[in-house]
Design a protein around this ligand. Structure first.
Ligand code: URA
Length: 220
């Protein structure tokens, strides 16, 4: 971008990739759009349905098309994946260590999903989800950390893992079916009410700290 003459620093065109800058409070512009300098990028996105969490998509556009091109050029990656029909909170970063920690099964960062089901969820199903269910092709039983009934056909399910199609497979294991799925929370971070679908936002220092603190606590 610098070589292409797309970048101005303090209002001056800068086309020297080797130039040095004081990065404290540095703002620069790419093609006229102002950006704060960040050593690493940490973002959240409210994923809409019909987007795929992949660079090489098969049927739908990629979630990366929802981000401005300088962030994609920085190679931010989503942390874990949501199915194409799942909506809600997804984190992205270009900090490899953070991505690894947040997605590693070892850290067990809890994730909360709002699940809309085809059939009314009964007490027996709730109990089974909490006690542990057996997924097809998976010998170990798997249990929700928490399960709260919101209405006949809506539950909030908290999971410690992020196995492939986990929510859908768990609901299938109790003879129900997922009709709608939205991720509401990752660790201490709640999907903000004022972040519309398809929009992204920087994680602020407090959110980042809360995520890292919750992670550490999860190993206690
Ligand atoms: N579980 C699923 O089944 N799908 C998702 O997208 C996330 C969790």
């Amino acid at each position: 971008m610098l070589r292409n003459g797309e970048v101005t620093v303090n209002g001056q065109l800068c086309d020297d990739p080797g130039a040095d800058f004081d990065t404290s409070n540095l703002h620069f512009a790419i093609n006229g759009e102002s950006w704060p300098y960040k050593e690493r990028s940490y973002l959240m996105l409210n994923k809409p349905a019909n987007y795929e969490c992949s660079h090489k998509t098969q049927h739908h556009p990629t979630i990366y098309s929802l981000l401005p091109y300088p962030l994609v050029a920085r190679d931010v990656q989503c942390i874990g994946r949501l199915d194409e029909d799942t909506t809600g909170l997804i984190l992205l970063s270009d900090d490899g260590q953070f991505i690894h920690r947040m997605s590693s099964p070892k850290w067990k960062v809890p994730k909360v999903y709002e699940v809309t089901t085809k059939h009314a969820v009964d007490a027996e199903q709730m109990a089974a989800l909490l006690k542990g269910v057996q997924l097809v092709d998976d010998p170990a039983t798997i249990a929700a950390l928490a399960c709260t009934q919101i209405s006949e056909n809506i539950i909030h399910l908290t999971l410690a893992e992020g196995k492939y199609h986990q929510v859908k497979r768990m609901l299938a294991a109790v003879s129900n079916r997922v009709e709608g799925l939205k991720r509401l929370r990752i660790g201490a971070l709640q999907l903000p009410d004022d972040l519309p679908e398809g929009e992204w936002r920087w994680l602020d220092e407090a959110s980042l700290l809360a995520l890292n603190t919750a992670e550490r606590n999860s190993t206690d």
